[in-house]
Design a protein around this ligand. Structure first.
Ligand SMILES: Cc1ncc(COP(=O)(O)O)c(C=O)c1O
Length: 367
């Protein structure tokens, strides 16, 4: 089976872990601090805080901008459920705005129609590595907590993702462009937000007494063992990015020949992180549904995935938000999207195999 997104881990990461284990310091320490410093440089932000996961990054960032019970937070339905889960964890209500048909990122016009005096934050997602359209979102003057789990290398209109929103949240999960297995990074230019996250991440000791805390913290810090992996992955991010770009170009060229199969739009004004290659399959023209394509590709030993099923249609959210109105663009896209294998661990031959299999499936279904 050709893996969907195998991690690209080499001897350097293995050596970095071994060195960390030999150093005698396993938990948050010098390597986590170095990762924060180096990532801040990379995304051109004032502060970076390393945390236990992308989910924890989003959770702590929401709390740090003041989201709490009674508040509403506007977000996209086309995301990993964690994006919405943390809004619930903060005691607030997720409000789903429909996405744009072109790139399946949150639609700023839909957001504008949903802003109320209760809206405490907006959480856009940079799906697949294409930045959300941030300018019209920032214009509301409401804190933006950006979910940049897919967007480590992205730029929006020439500015690094991580340097724009009130808080930007990255993931170091096993499949991400900078992969440590687990982990997260929050960037911000606001020192009050950075300080609040620092307090919540562990717990802030009180002054004076031997043993006291002033906030019941979340124990969401990142271990040095994982930080050591992330540091090597950060060194490799541009080199890996070149491989991702080449794989995108190979797919672009071949998919252009297949009637009814189209990649999501990428805005030429932005820098894409090439995290996921997502196509939409128009069942009418492509001769089969996404599900048929996925099944037939699996029979060809090609693993694929779906990013993402609309969160408002998942059981927990159907129960939480029984009056949720339909989100037609997201719902239609959900039946059509398919993510193809992509990873710096794959060779050009691997991607050529995936392309050949997709071609055979297309021919068999459109014949
Ligand atoms: C869009 C998006 N947001 C948030 C997350 C959560 O990150 P983590 O798995 O590091 O908690 C992920 C992926 O895992 C994701 O893809």
């Amino acid at each position: 089976m050709l893996g969907f997104q195998p991690p690209a881990i080499g001897d350097e990461e293995i050596e970095a872990v071994a060195e960390t284990l030999r150093s005698g310091w396993l938990t948050t320490g010098p390597r986590a601090a170095e990762l924060e410093r180096r990532f801040a440089e990379y995304v051109q932000a004032e502060h970076v805080l390393a945390v236990a996961s992308g989910t924890a990054a989003l959770h702590l960032a929401l709390l740090a901008v003041g989201v709490g019970p009674g508040d509403e937070v506007i977000t996209t339905p086309i995301t990993w459920p964690a994006t919405a889960n943390v809004i619930v964890h903060a005691g607030a209500t997720p409000v789903f705005a429909d996405v744009r048909d072109s790139d399946l990122n949150i639609d700023p016009d839909q957001v504008a129609a949903l802003v109320t005096e209760k809206t405490k934050a907006i959480v856009p997602v940079d799906l697949a590595g294409q930045p959300a359209d941030l300018d019209p979102l920032l214009a509301h003057g409401i804190p933006i907590v950006e979910d940049a789990a897919h967007a480590a290398e992205s730029e929006y209109r020439g500015r690094k993702i991580g340097s724009i929103a009130e808080a930007t949240c990255f993931s170091l999960y096993a499949t991400k462009n900078i992969a440590a297995g687990e982990g997260g990074l929050i960037s911000t230019n606001d020192s009050a937000i950075a300080e609040a996250i620092q307090t919540l991440r562990l717990m802030r000791r009180g002054d004076g007494s031997l043993y006291d805390i002033v906030v019941p913290g979340y124990k969401a810090n990142l271990s040095d063992v994982l930080a050591a992996i992330a540091l090597v992955q950060l060194d490799k991010v541009e080199r890996h990015g070149e491989i991702r770009r080449r794989q995108f170009a190979m797919y672009d060229e071949s998919v252009a020949e297949l009637d009814g199969i189209e990649p999501l739009a990428r805005d030429p004004r932005d820098t894409h992180a090439h995290h996921l290659y997502i196509v939409r399959i128009d069942a009418e023209r492509a001769g089969g549904t996404r599900d048929e394509y996925q099944r037939l590709l699996a029979e060809e030993n090609i693993a694929t995935s779906i990013h993402f099923l609309p969160v408002h249609e998942l059981t927990a959210y159907r129960e939480l938000l029984p009056d949720q109105p339909p989100l037609p663009v997201a719902e239609r896209a959900a039946a059509e999207i398919l993510s193809l294998p992509l990873s710096p661990a794959h060779s050009d031959e691997d991607i050529a195999d995936a392309i050949a299999a997709l071609g055979r499936v297309h021919t068999s279904l459109t014949r």
